[in-house]
Design a protein around this ligand. Structure first.
Ligand code: AMP
Ligand code: MG
Length: 370
């Protein structure tokens, strides 16, 4: 049976998770501040002990915070799905600290994988390959491919090394919510549901890793992210872009079940408006006055430094790195101000812009093209 994940369904899943948790004793979540440049080994050891005992630790990576468990142990991985309220067919990314781990997790490593690993690992690039028998089906959402990445963040690397096992880690948020880029975001979503949060400060990149499927003849881009499509094309040439990323209907969805779900959403409804600057500004003004008349609190995210009479305007600037780093944090700030509607100006899908707009599109309730 296919479950379409609407916000209501997400709430139901979260309620189910809550009920499951109420039946267990509420857990005390330990928050441990740790130095991102020189992670203290005693703290890493405490966290690794939790992973080894089959429980959950949230930790920073260079993209967003991850919620980690022993990737090879079904019982541990199940706890991730319960804590997040994540649908069981949405596969997890396995994080490794040593290339030798890749060899035991996959069946076959194609040349394209070697080329991309040489260039982008450690870093924000996830490779999907045919899985080996060692990887439990629960980790891959029931499919025969596995997603693997080697993070660059020193805390993440030390934790994986010290745990002695590959770590499955989706973003450390309640399913459907914006991904966490600080430990406060993690504790807002998961306090009492996980054993520990390693607080290594704000994450650098701010959107998730790029996911590319190399288990097929032509590489398939499943999720744009920290490494850009252009960078990938430069190294391996032809790449198919998953039709869903281009908003086209497709049967290819079975290759990456997670793609069908709504993601990254603040409580406020996002309306994305694409088009030439002046026309988008006019549209924003009209929508603003329309929603204000209805008594709604309106937020605006714009690349044009205009003063709008909104309840909160965020000027995105034109630096894509800064935009990505602040995107999810901004979504959560709109929620903290109880904004009802966020009007977002679309940007060019070039470079990191493709990943940024993918997150906004997946979070959007409505898209307008002028
Ligand atoms: P998250 O860790 O929450 O950022 O989500 C990981 C995403 O990676 C999923 O939603 C999938 O789209 C993708 N993914 C993970 N494993 C696989 C896989 N085996 N095949 C295809 N896509 C995958
Ligand atoms: Mg996620």
């Amino acid at each position: 049976m296919m479950i379409k994940l609407t916000l209501d369904n997400i709430r139901t899943l979260n309620m189910t998770a809550d009920i499951l948790f109420k039946n267990q004793a509420k857990m005390q979540t330990k928050i441990l501040k740790i130095n991102p440049k020189k992670p203290q080994i005693s703290k890493i050891k405490q966290a690794a002990k939790i992973i080894k005992s089959g429980n959950l630790v949230a930790f920073p990576t260079e993209t967003v915070y991850g919620l980690g468990a022993n990737a090879l142990d079904s019982k541990s991985v199940k706890k991730i799905f319960i804590a997040k309220g994540r649908p069981s067919d949405n596969p997890l990314i396995i994080h490794i600290s040593d290339i030798a781990d890749l060899e035991i997790l996959v069946d076959y490593i194609p040349n394209t994988a070697h080329e991309l690993i040489d260039k982008f690992w450690p870093g924000p690039l996830t490779l999907v390959l045919k899985k080996s028998k060692l990887v439990p089906k629960i980790t891959t959402g029931g499919i025969n491919t596995v997603a693997i990445r080697m993070p660059e963040n020193k805390i993440a690397q030390a934790l994986i090394r010290e745990s002695g096992v590959p770590i499955a880690a989706p973003s450390a948020n309640i399913s459907g919510r914006p991904s966490p880029t600080t430990s406060e975001h993690v504790s807002n979503d998961l306090d009492g549901k996980i054993s520990m949060i390693l607080d290594g400060g704000k994450t650098n990149i701010g959107i998730e890793s790029t996911v590319i499927d190399l288990s097929r003849k032509t590489p398939l881009l499943l999720r744009p992210g920290g490494v850009t499509l252009e960078q990938l094309q430069y190294i391996i040439g032809k790449i198919t872009i998953h039709p869903i990323l281009q908003e086209r209907k497709t049967k290819l969805i079975s290759r990456s079940p997670g793609m069908k779900y709504r993601h990254y959403s603040p409580n406020a409804k996002i309306i994305l408006i694409d088009g030439p600057n002046d026309k988008v500004q006019d549209k924003i003004l009209r929508l603003l006055s329309q929603f204000k008349k209805q008594g709604k609190k309106v937020g605006i995210m714009t690349t044009v430094n205009t003063r709008y009479k909104s309840d909160m305007t965020v000027f995105l600037g034109n630096n894509l790195d800064v935009m990505a780093a602040n995107l999810f944090k901004t979504f959560r700030e709109f929620d903290a101000k109880k904004i009802d509607v966020i009007l977002v100006q679309g940007i060019s899908r070039k470079g990191l812009g493709l990943g940024i707009m993918n997150r906004v599109e997946k979070a959007a309730y409505k898209k307008i093209k002028i």
